[in-house]
Design a protein. Sequence first.
Length: 492
Amino acid sequence: MPKPNPDTIFALSSGRGPAAIAVVRISGPRAGAALKALSGKIPAPRQAALARIRNPDPLADNEIIDEALALWFPAPQSETGEDVAELQLHGGRAVIAAVLAALGRIEGLRPAEAGEFTRRAFENGKLDLTAVEGLADLVAAETQGQRRQAFRQMKGLLGNRAESWRQRLIQALALVEAHIDFSDEADVQNSAHGNLLAPALAIARELDVEIAAALADSRTGERLREGLVVAIAGPPNAGKSTLLNRIARREAAIVSPYAGTTRDVIEVHLDLLGWPVTLLDTAGIRDTEDPVELEGVRRARERAAAADLVLWVVDAGEAGQNRPKSIKKAQNDPQNWLIRNKIDLLQGRNESNVTSRRSSEHKSDPKKALKNIVNKELTHKNESEASKNEPIFNISAVTGEGFDQLLAQLARYAEGFLAGAEQAVVTRERHRLALNEVLAALRRAQGGDVAGHEDLLAEELRIAARALGRLTGRVDVEDILDVIFRDFCIGK
């Protein structure tokens, strides 16, 4: 049965108007009364009916607000497990405002808080916590890969497996407790299992292998949720913001010829051929005494060190601007690509060289001669960097020269980085922590001689079962519910 809740809540569950259709949802014990107050009737369950929505305020003289489709979902066969009503209105701002105001005047109704519909679905057993998190990820998904992963999670990819593991743990625990409580009775001693500890430990070993396999995924599930994080870093005026804008295909960052324009980290989320990528435009890294710029440099170093990939952007015409060692960190040093930007200006610097050769090479193509000179200079610089084993790209973020090759390589890198992530069972750090706790308890249970220590074995199995219960939300989760639901939108 649904968990009793005295409040009836309502909210706009579709996007803000104006729009073709607006969906207003009502959930709680007075949902039917509210629907009848507005439309004069309650339609047959799960069947859409045309209704005239009226203002129930006596002072409004029963004014018609809109014509809408009304739907009725009596408990417990509803999304929240409570009585639920839904109005599909015309999506004008005035219509939405009038209906929400009318609902607010009905006794026992109040506006819903963020995520409250989904929270009631969880409390009434319609969803477990992993499905709730999958739903949140589905709403937030920006790429097809993220959408597919979130949908699988919402439909029980991890939750169903975790519940199966928990049931098997309970079975193992029952065997151990039977051994402890009835070991001196003949029917237990002569049971088909013989020693009841052996099958219990066999279950623990099987679960150890299965859970360890789920965790051995190189965190690909979390990677797909969060996306590939690419930091664009380098000295001031190297063209970092221009490169960000070209990749993002919009003016996301301010571009200026003055050093120190970018003071804070700018984030841009984009879909790169179906793969989620977060670009970080960071402050130019240099020695400075300006306290504001100094903080920007500190943040730039910190975010670059934490990124999955660093595009270190330098002016192609200036030497000695390779990535400084201070960007690196002791562990998980990110992959680094050296981006030699502004090759269009480098070509301009060599125009005079081409002009001086025209008298002796009057039959040659000036553009070809210029290209040869530029390529020779870039090749010389690239060879000097070859020992560092860092991919090098020569581009112009202004003209786009070399940009397509960089973007294609970036897409390939994202594909390799996130390959197989859609099938990952673990998609959040919370999942990983809970499963690691389960795994640790199982391994303690298997360690050493359990003879004479059956009570310790039982306790470790209980710890593992409780950890799986917290994963799905069956036990001890009140302290994390607010964290999970705080990022939901109102109306969901």
